[in-house]
Design a protein. Sequence first.
Length: 297
Amino acid sequence: MNAAGKKKIAFLGTGLMGAPMARRLLGAGFPVTVWNRDIAKAEPLAAAGARLARDPAEAVDGAGVVFTMLSDGSAVEDVLFAKGAAEAISQRATVIDTSSIAPPVAKDHARRLADLGIAHVDAPVSGGVVGAEAGSLAIMAGGDAAVIEGLADVFAPLGRVTHVGPSGAGQICKLANQQIVAITIGAVAEAMMLVEAGGASREKFREAIRGGFAESRILELHGQRMVARRFEPGGPSRLQLKDLNAVAAMAETYGLELPLTADVRAAFDAFVQAGNGELDHSALLLHLEKINHRKGA
């Protein structure tokens, strides 16, 4: 802790989501050391008071809380275990993995860290870059309830945390969240095409149904992206597909058939395979327009 009694934090991964989250923690007065594979993405945080680390092991040295916000389970595995961060983390510290990874991988990481005397919370988030910047993320936390309760001050600048169950539960809830996001993006995109084909304005359609039963954050934010045709990524389509692939794997494990999820997964797969993985997931509209031979508004 620092002189103000704030936990020392290491933040590993300062990309689209990690950078604004680290900035929120700095703004709340926490001492934060940051590391990113591409150091250029971490350097702007130095102006906000962050200390830059050359490697993950240096970043976690002396930290009471270690955040990871990385692209997938392999990246988390590499940073924590292959690059030596786990061995450099102090006993009785806590790793909070806010990355979106497969639940079995999260459980494996929790077991391996526990063997080193380190607590683990899988705490993926929803709310995108907008939520990260505003501190309004929905945080789904899996792990020991007492550990999560003891981190209330750390989670507070980031958003609303809910303890959803034991290790791995946070990740399965995030996958369920991503199902809803993907299917809703598909529904909004198809509706946009339908109303335009029928002679209505996409923009006025969105305005008309705001506040009704079809209201959602997807309609609010991604619906506007579709109207404006602005698809620079908040959430890249390749990561949406990654999550949907993980949903499919878990559904197979549990013996579930999820036909709506399967359809939207196939659409995202085709879209990403066509070279559009870095476009925002709301850009699925472009794929649907293409298969309908429509250029859009």
